[in-house]
Design a protein around this ligand. Structure first.
Ligand code: I3S
Length: 132
C-alpha cells in the first residue's frame, strides 16, 4: 500500500559521495568546471551537494554529513536528468541534471553500478514530483 505523500517526502532516498560540478548558473554558463568529490544527499525531492571535503571523499558512508555545509541544493521539481553528451566531459558515467531555474550540474562516479543507482533514484524523484 502506498504511503501518504507527507510521509514519503521525509524519506531519505539516497546518500553517498559523488563527483560533481556546476556548469550553468540560472542560465549563465560558468567559465570553468570545478569537479569535487562530495557528500550528496537525495531527500524529499531535493538533491543536496555538500561542500567538498577530503574527509567526505575518504570516509564514504562513515562520514557524518552534518559535519559539512550544503553548497548547492537542487529542487527536483521540474528538473530533468540525462546522460551527459560526450562533449560535456571526457569522464565516464556522467549525468547531466538541469533544474527548473536553468542551472546545470554534472554528476559522475567511476563505478557504473553506483552512478546507475543515482540515475534511477534522481529520475524517480523527478517523476514523483511531476505526478503532483
Ligand atoms: O570542459 P573542460 O575545460 O575540458 O573541463 C576540464 C577542466 O575543468 C579541468 O580543469 P583545469 O582547466 O583546471 O585543468 C578539469 O580538471 C577537467 O576535469 C575538466 O574536464 P573533464 O573532461 O574532466 O570534465
Amino acid at each position: 500500500q502506498a504511503s501518504p505523500p507527507e510521509e514519503k517526502i521525509k524519506t531519505l532516498d539516497k546518500a553517498g559521495v559523488l563527483h560533481r560540478t556546476k556548469t550553468v548558473d540560472k542560465g549563465k554558463r560558468l567559465r570553468k568546471k570545478h569537479w569535487s568529490a562530495s557528500w550528496t544527499v537525495l531527500e524529499g525531492g531535493i538533491l543536496t551537494f555538500f561542500k567538498d571535503s577530503k574527509a567526505s571523499a575518504a570516509g564514504g558512508l562513515r562520514q557524518p554529513p552534518k559535519l559539512s555545509t550544503p553548497e548547492y541544493t537542487v529542487d527536483l521539481r521540474g528538473a530533468s536528468l540525462s546522460w551527459a553528451p560526450k562533449d560535456k566531459s571526457s569522464r565516464k558515467n556522467v549525468l547531466e541534471l538541469r533544474s527548473r531555474d536553468g542551472s546545470e550540474y554534472l554528476i559522475q562516479h567511476d563505478s557504473e553500478a553506483i552512478i546507475s543507482t543515482w540515475h534511477k533514484a534522481i529520475g524517480e524523484g523527478i517523476q514523483e514530483l511531476s505526478a503532483d
